[in-house]
Design a protein around this ligand. Structure first.
Ligand code: 3PG
Ligand code: MG
Length: 378
């Protein structure tokens, strides 16, 4: 990134001014005693200091967010009502507009919809790091129309992630996991150029293992990425699990667990079995590498950690990251959920509020929403 992001501090006193703040309050919700309730308010809590600061400067603050993927239609299941309830508890007096994605103009980046959002507002702040990889109207259009700035969390997210990539204390160990190999190979490629070691775990690791003549049973596999995995391994920095654990293929697994016992496979998963976690040798080796790191970037779990039988590898990695004295940055919804489920979120240096956005920022070094702010001439 070349120029810095514009800051809202330049506006000074805001008495009588109306400020629109784009936030990412796309929070998990669940039915609690028949009432849809926010179950993780991390993203809402993160925005409260900005709201308080703006109110203290005399502004009227209105927030706007997307919530879920209602596909451009009003759909009560995606109403922001439960988010409003939590926001009112945490920071009274801030209005929250209804779900931006109820209007098809949001995802279509429609200038008219963007213009309708800023009507009657003096200033716009983008505090939605988690949505800034989306070139949607509420992200892209306001900076072309009214004075606009980056919120403090957006600033912090960007400077932390880019700063870490630019000049990391070494050894720099990156950990990439999760199931969606197609979404993650780009980031493994970029990190293998910047980091000293890139640990790969989770479902995506089995395609790497298959390139080494190891059997993977019925584990996740995508033949179209074999060549890229082999080439990444040849670079010498990518470290894959030497063993795995899992279940008989087809038996139930997931958040509620299941009746079947976990099998330790060693290096090869036999036919009829499926790998769902890194094995004990891999976990110990990964923990040892993490222990020696001065900088750690973690995105994606080592297995199906939501299933208590299959969370061991992710937990060992999470504990190693938390125990490190190095700088540790966690991005991606699943790794954040994992670190929270072990109660370790206070023991890492920085937890990103963005999943896809933090991945894209690492991979591409910029985001559409950041570009829109930098290019704003208002
Ligand atoms: C997220 O939760 O990852 C962000 O809010 C973006 O949501 P989206 O993937 O539906 O655009
Ligand atoms: Mg620590």
């Amino acid at each position: 990134m070349t120029t810095p992001l514009p800051s809202y501090e330049r506006w000074g006193d805001l008495t009588g001014k109306r400020v629109l703040v784009r936030v990412d309050f796309n929070c998990p919700v669940a039915d609690v005693d028949g009432v849809t309730t926010v179950t993780d308010d991390f993203r809402i809590r993160s925005s409260v200091p900005l709201f308080e600061e703006l109110k203290a400067k005399g502004a009227t603050v209105v927030a706007a967010t997307h919530f879920g993927r209602p596909k451009g239609q009003v759909d009560e299941r995606y109403s922001v009502a439960p988010i409003r309830v939590r926001l009112e508890q945490l920071c009274p007096g801030v209005e929250l507009l209804e779900n931006l994605r109820f209007n098809p103009g949001e995802e279509a980046n429609d200038p008219a919809f963007g213009a309708s959002l800023v009507e009657g507002f003096d200033y716009f702040i983008n505090e939605a790091f988690g949505a800034s990889h989306r070139a949607h109207a509420s992200i892209m259009i306001p900076p072309t129309l009214i004075p606009s700035a980056a919120g403090p969390n957006l600033q912090k997210e960007v400077s932390t992630i880019l700063g870490l990539l630019e000049n990391p204390a070494r050894p720099f160990v990156a950990i990439v996991g999760g199931a969606k190999i197609g979404d993650k190979l780009g980031i493994v490629r970029v990190l293998s150029e910047k980091a000293d070691t890139v640990i790969v775990g989770g479902g995506m690791a089995f395609t790497f293992e298959a390139t080494q003549g190891r059997t993977i049973g019925e584990s996740l596999f995508n033949a179209s990425y074999l060549e890229e995995c082999a080439s990444l391994l040849q670079g010498g920095k990518v470290l894959i699990p030497e063993d795995s654990r899992g279940l008989k293929a087809g038996v139930p697994f997931g958040p509620g667990g299941g009746p079947d016992e976990v099998v330790e496979f060693g290096a090869n998963v036999p036919d009829g079995y499926e790998g769902f976690d890194i094995g004990p040798k891999a976990a110990a080796q990964f923990a040892e590498v993490i222990k020696g790191a001065a900088t750690i970037l973690w995105n994606g779990p080592m297995g199906v950690f939501e299933d208590p039988r299959l969370s061991r590898g992710t937990e060992i990695v999470a504990r190693a990251v938390a125990a490190s004295d190095g700088i540790s940055v966690i991005g991606g919804g699943d790794s954040v959920a994992a670190i929270q489920s072990y109660g370790l979120e206070d023991q890492v240096s920085f937890v990103s509020t963005g999943g896809g956005a933090s991945l894209e920022l690492v991979e591409l070094g910029d985001l559409p929403g950041l570009k829109a702010l930098r290019e704003s001439t208002k």
